[in-house]
Write a protein that binds this ligand. Structure first.
Ligand SMILES: Nc1ncnc2c1ncn2[C@@H]1O[C@H](COP(=O)(O)OP(=O)(O)OP(=O)(O)O)[C@@H](O)[C@H]1O
Ligand SMILES: [Mg+2]
Length: 234
């Protein structure tokens, strides 16, 4: 696949095989996807079709068996672990199925942790954390620890945490998987607004067409290949 300079993410003829002691399973076969800056792509498909595998590859948490993954034109397949972790910290906000909240920090502290780590915990940025939590319906729960929050509430904390330092790329694996439709809509509105304001590139896995409707383009996976695509806007 030829690289277009606007492409923030380029998945180029990628394959991924899982090997256990007895079995080999090719979860992704020859997938090519280009995502432009500011584009919001949704990934749909049946359980086991390779969606999470694809997200792990794009997020450089896993390496492809074949093909290349380019992030902002950089071929990540040739970077070492240290270089990859720098790239991830600078460029990618993850909203994954396991939330990985820090158990002894409350919702507000979890959300603003990335600001502390980056040394940008200014009054204004901390205030933004408060405002975002309120926007996703957690205004009254900022002082609660993860074990005092429901699954859906923890999920929303994890989403705000991924957005807080405005990463150029957001990768979200079923970000609304545990949420009711009203809360899902609130979360999607925050995501879309942040993306518009900062020209963020988003790849989001969902199995709900209503949620995919917020994206610019839907990619449908089946048995580890792209079955079809649907452009929704732009
Ligand atoms: N670590 C692993 N070792 C072996 N096989 C795996 C591993 N992870 C995933 N697989 C297999 O790869 C296939 C794709 O898995 P993947 O998690 O990408 O699916 P998915 O589309 O995200 O499904 P879901 O909608 O259920 O989350 C599945 O058949 C799964 O059994
Ligand atoms: Mg999955």
């Amino acid at each position: 696949m030829k690289r277009n300079t606007e492409d923030v993410i380029l998945v180029d003829k990628v394959a991924k095989t899982y090997r256990t002691r007895k079995l080999e399973y090719t979860a992704i076969k020859d997938i090519s996807i280009a995502v432009k800056r500011g584009e919001f792509v949704s990934v749909l498909g049946p359980s086991g079709s390779g969606k999470t595998t694809l997200m792990n590859l794009i997020g450089t948490l896993d390496r492809p068996a074949e093909g290349r993954i380019l992030i902002d034109g950089v071929n990540t397949t040739s970077l070492n672990e240290n270089e990859l972790s720098i790239l991830r910290n600078r460029k990618i906000g993850f909203v994954f199925q396991s939330y990985n909240l820090v158990p002894y920090l409350n919702a507000f502290e979890n959300v603003t942790l990335p600001l502390m780590v980056d040394g940008i915990d200014t009054k204004e940025n901390l205030e933004r954390g408060r405002a975002l939590l309120a926007e996703v319906g957690l205004g009254g729960k900022m002082g609660k620890k993860p074990n005092e929050l429901s699954g859906g509430e923890q999920q929303r904390v994890a989403i705000v945490r991924a957005l807080i330092n405005e990463p150029p790329i957001i990768l979200a694996d079923e970000p609304t998987g545990n949420l009711d439709s009203k809360t899902s809509d609130a979360v999607m509105k925050v995501l879309v607004r942040m993306a518009k304001e900062h020209n963020t590139t988003i790849v989001m896995v969902t199995h709900e067409e209503d949620i995919a409707a917020y994206s610019d383009r839907s990619i449908y996976l089946k048995d580890g290949v792209v079955e079809r695509e649907k452009r929704l806007r732009k």
